[in-house]
Design a binder for this molecule. Sequence first.
Ligand code: NAD
Ligand code: 2VS
Length: 486
Amino acid sequence: MKDIKHFINGEYVGSASGKTFDNVNPANGRVLSRVHEAGREEVNAAVNAARAAFNGPWGRMTVDQRTEILHKVADGINARFEEFLDAECQDTGKPRSLASHIDIPRGAANFKVFADLIKNVPAESFEMPTPDGTGALNYGIRRPKGVIGVISPWNLPLLLMTWKVGPALACGNTVVVKPSEETPTTTALLGEVMKAAGVPDGVYNVVHGFGGNSAGAFLTEHPDVDAFTFTGETGTGETIMKAAAKGVRQVSLELGGKNAGIVFADCDMDKAIEGTLRSVFANCGQVCLGTERVYVERSIFDEFVARLKAGAESLVIGPPDDETSNFGPLISLKHREKVLSYYQKAIDEGATVITGGGVPDMPAELAHGAWVQPTIWTGLKDDSPVVTEEIFGPCCHIRPFDSEAEAVQLANSLPYGLASAIWTENVTRAHRVAAQVEAGIVWVNSWFLRDLRTSFGGSKQSGIGREGGVHSLEFYTELKNICIKL
Ligand SMILES: NC(=O)c1ccc[n+]([C@@H]2O[C@H](COP(=O)([O-])OP(=O)(O)OC[C@H]3O[C@@H](n4cnc5c(N)ncnc54)[C@H](O)[C@@H]3O)[C@@H](O)[C@H]2O)c1
Ligand SMILES: O=C/C=C/C=C(\O)C(=O)O
């Protein structure tokens, strides 16, 4: 059985405690590997290595030297594309067609984009008058923050981890990454790529383990980490924020959501159906930006529901290596329990189950996988937990609305504010509604269309701060003002 070890100071090392846990393939329930669980000892070693590399070779490199190496990291991911793809698909069960188009290419792009960006961002400067008439010049310079703790989730493991590591390293920081316990493999594999690309030892460190009372907590409690960047559940974000408060460390939090899609009668129905199908069911509904609440103008409600049902029923459920499959399992049987509890709650609360609602029949070799049916409901009250809480599964509730104002009010009615998708061909309405929806990211007539130069993050309980483009550079650097009296 393959062992997955920590990557500390350029070497793969096991845990001193000997503690390991199983990494399971959620498509068939088979154990893929044995993962070492970090104790405080390994987390200390990783943070110390990161500090030494920050004070040493990485910190002393020019921006050109650093960015050249980061381009090699991106090239290294692409050169081992199939290995990354296999690892990601086995850890998550997601279709190869999805991971080969989104997860792995974005893993490489996250290094290239930020390596290029760091070289092209101007600094601010202000001339000022002084009483003696000679004046003064203020200018800003950016310096890396230091050692960054990166804590990432399981839904898009390589993509979401490199989304943080790429800009952190481009800015000259060093990192200690704690990937999700569900999906350790690509984060571990990236250590080999880093080494081969010439990233100095200690710049990229990985410790494996769980959250509370394990590697995640040990990392956030470590006093020598300068800032934390986290993607995951809102409740975990709160815990991390508390830990980061000790020592007044900065946090960037990309958290949960309960995103609304708003479909107006003046939409292009084909586009709205195609986009909503993706936003509800892609990655088995395990995308933070995904839609779980769909509000549809009453005059097209019945047609929309019928067409979304037909689309959901045409999804091909199957394992990653089945090339026809476009719908994989959930991440784990534990997560399936949570999703199925909402499926049951919907029935208990009198929902009309338009399609799905249970577990699909799967062949014997997949019977132990975390499969669920794509599911659509109508008829629930606005305050049902199925409509107000993040399920993170392949499901949505569809509700009719009668006016634009009502649609906006419904979309804004929850404490989350990550993303929204608006479907209308009326350009004035698109601008008007997009400006009113309380969310960090609004798509009009599209979904998950990403330009990495744009801001990314959530409002309300969906997060703190923005990453993406210059916003990432802002988080991963300290801006210093230098005032020169002339
Ligand atoms: N806003 C975004 O950009 C975004 C993107 C993807 C996922 N998400 C959210 O992530 C969630 C799904 O991911 P998940 O279930 O892995 O999230 P999670 O919060 O359970 O875990 C995320 C990471 O935090 C670690 N962790 C857990 N408890 C911790 C603790 N006490 N201290 C330190 N680390 C701890 C976990 O081990 C894991 O590595 C959903 O809520 C989803 O909406 C948000
Ligand atoms: O599941 C959440 C998806 C997040 C996507 C990104 O962070 C991104 O595209 O940069």
